[in-house]
Design a protein around this ligand. Structure first.
Ligand code: GLA
Length: 766
């Protein structure tokens, strides 16, 4: 709900309130962002007149240095990071924007950029004091998910050119208090590491990689210092943008906090009569800690970011060829893989890298998107048919924004690359110059013909290097500061066209895993490959990081082989499954080379997953309390009738302290039956201890050991209990006693290193 009157603007969602007003001199004063308040006057308690000695005084004797504002500028006494910085025709940068008027447009979206779907919009227009330059602030309120989306348009109505040196999407000023900043940092294969810092001085979270990046995700939170998972005030910000981003957090000399978020490193020439739009920024507030934020962000992403045919549809279980074949692709191998995929119950076979003309390693062929006839003699259409004949759909990997020097495309258009020819290149490849319409057209048309050529139901859209040198010959020297943003605009234009033309193709975004995991990509593609790291232990942590801001319905999560290809660690197959199951399940391996026993186990995993697919993919996710080195994640069906909980323990301990597992999100008044999926207990897991029980002496590595391991079935721990949702959340349940070196029977839970248990809960009559 948006309420306006007497120069006051109140934006209310189901649980939150956001307010600002026009203060002295027409500056927009921010009043409040927090719990929804009962009366309009409740929002007006902030002071209007502030006087900071020695600083510039405005009309009415007030000073801006400590005033909470909606649109901070430089040069008029506000010393903090500003929302907008404009270089005016005389070279000066002091700007002063005053309230002009407001409108209530039916809808509004930044041009050429993705936008959240729905909501109620307010547009507030400010005018620069002495230039015909207008700053339009847009606010869209999403009532039921408690989210406010903000973005800005800068309009140059003057007769002279001005330069946009900074135009952030949002600014949030919070009153003096002790706060922490929480950001998500990392690198390739170790995305989304949570970093919590005291908010002092100036901090930032940003990417200058040309992509939103695995170095620092655009999602961040600010909380009061006493906030935790389920309590305390938390504000979260995110951006619908896939390029360079900048988030700033600072404490002023008077201890007020300013947050800004928008495009990073921009310098844009704004000609007379033109405008510049920022991407949309997402803001939400919860008094219920980080968990509260996730429970607002998840449905917001599911309902207002992800859209189209796949928005609410269950996603197929897939087998991806990358860790099965790498570049060793052949029609026979792919068809075999499709057959194995079908055998284990998968529904889609994704042919990853290595299928196109001349692509025998990662230093060639990007750009030449036709089948390699040596590997696939009958071409793609025929291969897709063969795959379909095995009983699974066909999906394909592409990396269309790139070109290898050793490719027909590069030989034909060496000038189509972004940056100079002698730039430092990543993964042996150049980035195509998507600032140029003819290059975008080529990419769109090539992908369009590929999708027409064969029955392709899924596309994995990869992007495997960062942008380095962003020089483009399409812009004059003074406008090179626009290139990185124009690249993103070019990319979005391609994605818009393709996803509109092929609405039923399931697109999965990927950038070496999570190097472009953001809300911008999610507006076009309903899911993202979360990380190249498929080690269950690392994945549990990475997915935990994503879960703060993103629902599991957008996370591609695969079970891979052991030892794992990124860490060489062996983790139990069951853990690899449990961790991947709270997400979009896939298998990144060749099931055909596994033992019959392993294949059967995987078949059962997929059956288990399919039987509760909606719960796994679209249930509301909760992070539950547990000691360091463990994670406990629960996903609960929308109506609370069922849930699944994954308890993952990194390292086993001898004689460990026992503790109950306290769940979250269950309906307190409902009664649930809880049972775990039977774990796999192998004789080999006991090593020489078996000789204590076995009638004969078994040597490690012997044939007898292998046979016994296969034949002897050891009992697995089985917990079954019935309890109310209230009890399972308040007191929790006690898992079966762990093995502690003093004997083993069905009443013992054998937890190896990196082991897990998957518990199912279903509602029963109380
Ligand atoms: C990236 C992706 C992988 C795989 C390879 C193929 O690293 O993240 O999943 O597709 O490219 O080259």
């Amino acid at each position: 709900m948006i309420w306006t009157g007497n120069g006051i603007f109140i934006l209310q969602t189901g649980q939150t309130g956001y307010a600002f007003r026009t203060a002295q001199g027409g500056v927009l004063q921010h009043l409040y962002y927090g719990r929804r308040l009962p009366r309009t006057e409740d929002y007006l308690l902030a002071p209007v007149t502030l006087n900071q000695p020695g600083n510039a005084l405005l009309d009415g004797g007030s000073c801006r240095e400590d005033l909470l504002q909606e649109a901070g500028t430089a040069g008029w006494g506000d010393l903090r990071q500003s929302l907008v910085e404009v270089r005016l025709p005389d070279g000066g940068r002091a700007c002063d924007f005053h309230f002009s008027h407001f409108e209530r447009p039916a809808s509004a979206a930044p041009e050429g950029l993705p936008a959240a779907v729905g909501g109620e919009t307010l547009k507030v227009v400010l005018k620069e004091r002495s230039h015909d330059v207008y700053l339009e602030l847009y606010y869209t309120v999403f009532e039921e998910t408690d989210v406010i989306v903000r973005w800005c348009r800068l309009v140059n109505d003057s007769a002279e050119t001005v330069w946009v040196e900074r135009l952030m999407s949002t600014q949030l000023d919070l009153p003096a208090d002790d706060y922490d900043l929480i950001t998500f940092r990392g690198a390739w294969a170790r995305e989304m590491d949570l970093v919590r810092q005291n908010l002092e001085g100036q901090l930032c979270w940003s990417s200058s990689a040309g992509v939103s990046s695995n170095r620092c995700n655009p999602f961040a939170m600010v909380c009061r210092r006493d906030a935790g998972e389920e309590h305390g005030d938390v504000w979260a910000l995110n951006l619908l943008y896939s390029g360079n981003h900048l988030g700033t957090a600072e404490r002023s000399a008077y201890s007020a906090i300013r947050l800004t978020q928008g495009i990073g490193g921009l310098c844009w020439q704004l000609l007379p009569g033109s405008f510049f739009d920022t991407p949309q920024a997402v803001m939400t507030y919860s008094p219920q800690g980080f968990g509260g934020i996730s429970r607002q962000m998840h449905p917001f992403v599911r309902r207002h970011i992800v859209r189209g045919y796949w928005q609410d549809r269950e996603r197929p279980v897939l087998v991806n060829s990358w860790e099965a074949l790498y570049f060793k692709v052949s029609a026979r191998r792919v068809t075999q893989l499709a057959r194995s995929a079908k055998e284990i119950g998968a529904e889609l076979l994704v042919l990853d890298d290595g299928w196109f003309k001349g692509r025998s390693s990662d230093d060639r062929a990007l750009g030449d998107w036709t089948a390699d006839r040596k590997k696939l003699p009958d071409g793609l259409a025929s291969l897709a048919k063969d795959v379909k004949a095995q009983g699974v759909d066909f999906g394909l990997w592409v990396e269309p924004e790139m070109v290898s020097e050793n490719s027909d495309l590069f030989r034909a258009h060496p000038d189509w690359i972004l940056g100079h020819r002698d730039q430092a290149i990543g993964r042996n490849q150049y980035v195509l110059d998507l600032t140029r319409p003819e290059v975008c057209r080529y990419v769109t048309e090539t992908m369009r013909s590929l999708l027409y050529e064969a029955d392709i139901r899924y596309i994995k859209w990869d992007m495997n290097r960062i942008l380095g040198d962003t020089f483009t010959p399409s812009l004059p020297a003074v406008r090179q500061g626009e290139a990185a943003h124009r690249y993103v605009l070019g990319l979005y234009s391609i994605l818009r066209e393709l996803t509109e033309a092929f609405p039923q193709v399931l697109f999965e975004s990927c950038a070496s895993g999570g190097n472009r995991f953001d809300l911008g990509m999610l507006c076009y593609m309903p899911q993202i490959w979360a990380s190249d790291n498929t080690d269950a232990s690392c994945r549990a942590r990475i997915q935990w990081g994503y879960s703060y801001g993103y629902p599991q319905s957008v996370l591609g999560c695969h079970v891979s082989d052991a030892p794992n290809h990124q860490t060489l660690r062996r983790t139990p197959l069951e853990s690899r499954f449990s961790v991947a199951a709270i997400g979009l399940l896939g298998y990144e391996m060749d099931p055909g080379v596994l033992s019959a026993d392993r294949r059967q186990r995987i078949r059962e995993q997929i059956e288990t997953y399919k039987a509760r697919r909606r719960l796994f993919q679209f249930g509301q996710m909760y992070r539950c309390p547990c000691p360091d080195g463990e994670t406990l994640t629960v996903t609960v069906a929308e109506d609370g009738s069922e849930a699944a909980a994954v308890h993952f323990v990194a390292l086993n301990a001898a004689n460990p302290a026992q503790h109950p597992l306290r769940l979250r999100g269950l309906a307190p008044e409902k009664t649930y039956r809880l049972a775990n999926r039977p774990a796999e207990v192998r004789m080999k897991d006991f090593g020489s201890l078996v000789n204590y029980m076995a009638p004969i002496r078994i040597r490690a590595g012997s044939l007898v050991e292998s046979v016994a391991d296969r034949v002897v079935k050891l009992p697995a721990d089985q917990l079954e209990l019935t309890a109310s949702g209230a009890a399972l959340c308040a007191g929790g349940f006690w898992p079966v006693q762990p093995f502690g070196g003093t004997g083993f029977n069905e009443g013992t839970r054998l937890m190896k290193d990196f082991d897990s248990r998957l518990y199912f809960l279903s509602e029963v009559e109380g």
